[in-house]
Ligand binder design. Structure first.
Ligand code: SF4
Length: 269
């Protein structure tokens, strides 16, 4: 089956020990069955597995993540030895009848850099170089005849939660990183007006356009979820968070929790 991905995915390389927010810490690492079987024959690895997951150290780091942020398993056995989730992260896939559409998720700081920094519409390209037309809901994000603020309102059919309520909704979800909640409480304690949100979006139009396109693509045209997420990120930027950090944290908290993403898509459906 052909897998089409945005062209910027070809430039993705894990930053490994140069990564400031490694995905090998702070998250439960669930191991697929095939890898579990393989690791079962490796006493050094199997001793660090419980209930199908690596037993994280007290500081939340993967037991194979060395102090210099390199992976002991890769160094000893090569990348092919890794379990699926470690090999694949931050890649995601949406599968259709005759093809799949993939991408890289914003929870990874290098993916964030590539997605937010892309110039203009991305191309969807398969491994063998075939190009697929962008879905209409992604093309709509890149429609140069209207400002992004106007497009966001049309994606959400004119609905727009006030910033306090929106932040409270996201703060009520499962929490992985307490600093995310502290950021949301800045908005709850000092809500942002629609006018200020619009100004922030205007001043970072390229990055917010890319975020909106990423969300519309990944969630297959979930317009209101996309608009409310972009407005939430604008509120975080208004309160002093760097746009890439805001997008990365949002993704880690909302997209990479099955419960939270389902909840968010339902709430803003
Ligand atoms: S977050 Fe991204 S760049 Fe950092 S270690 Fe994970 S995959 Fe690599």
């Amino acid at each position: 089956m052909s897998v089409y991905r945005p062209d910027y995915c070809n430039d993705f390389r894990c930053k490994a020990d140069k990564c400031l927010h490694t995905c090998c810490a702070g998250w439960v690492i669930g191991i697929d069955d095939e890898s579990l079987e393989r690791f079962g024959n490796d006493p050094e690895v199997s001793a660090k597995i419980k209930d199908g997951c690596f037993v994280l150290k007290e500081n939340g780091r993967c037991p194979f993540l060395r102090d210099d942020n390199l992976c002991d398993m890769i160094l000893k056995h090569g990348e092919d030895y890794l379990c699926e989730i470690c090999k694949e992260h931050p890649r995601f896939y949406n599968t259709f009848d005759d093809h799949a559409e993939g991408g890289i998720g914003l929870a990874c700081e290098e993916a964030c850099r590539l997605v937010l920094g892309h110039d203009g519409p991305f191309e969807l390209v398969s491994e063998d170089g075939a190009v697929m037309e962008l879905p209409g809901y992604v093309k709509a994000v890149f429609d140069g005849t209207k400002p992004l603020n106007e497009k966001l309102l049309s994606f959400s059919s004119g609905r727009r939660a006030n910033s306090k309520l929106r932040a409270e909704i996201f703060a009520g979800m499962e929490v992985m990183d307490p600093s995310w909640i502290r950021l949301l409480h800045r908005i709850i304690g000092s809500p942002v007006s629609n006018g200020d949100e619009d100004e922030i979006i205007n001043s970072h139009e390229k990055e917010f356009t890319n975020i909106a396109a990423y969300l519309m693509y990944r969630y297959e045209g979930a317009g209101r979820f996309t608009a409310e997420s972009v407005w939430l990120l604008a509120d975080l930027v208004f309160h002093g968070t760097d746009i890439r950090d805001a997008a990365r944290m949002f993704s880690g908290e909302v997209e990479y929790s099955d419960i939270n993403i389902e909840d968010a898509l339902d709430t803003f459906g």
